[in-house]
Design a protein around this ligand. Structure first.
Ligand SMILES: [Zn+2]
Length: 65
């Protein structure tokens, strides 16, 4: 039996558009993410960046590289 740590949701596993969590997005070999829930598609690196921005304070502007 395997218990998944559902409380730990990383931005790289969450769709930046609809917020659905896809654990397979955490796979390093998965370079391109396509959300089956909303149809959103994005390269892995950009998806992580969007997640970081959403987690930041609203006063933070621009996208960090
Ligand atoms: Zn989605």
């Amino acid at each position: 039996m395997v218990i998944l740590p559902t409380r730990e949701i990383k931005p790289s596993q969450r769709c930046p558009k609809c917020g659905a969590v896809h654990k397979e997005w955490a796979e390093l070999s998965n370079r391109h993410h396509a959300c089956p829930d909303c149809g959103f598609e994005i390269p892995r690196d950009s998806g992580s960046a969007l997640g970081d921005v959403q987690c930041c304070d609203q006063s933070t502007t621009g996208v960090r590289n």
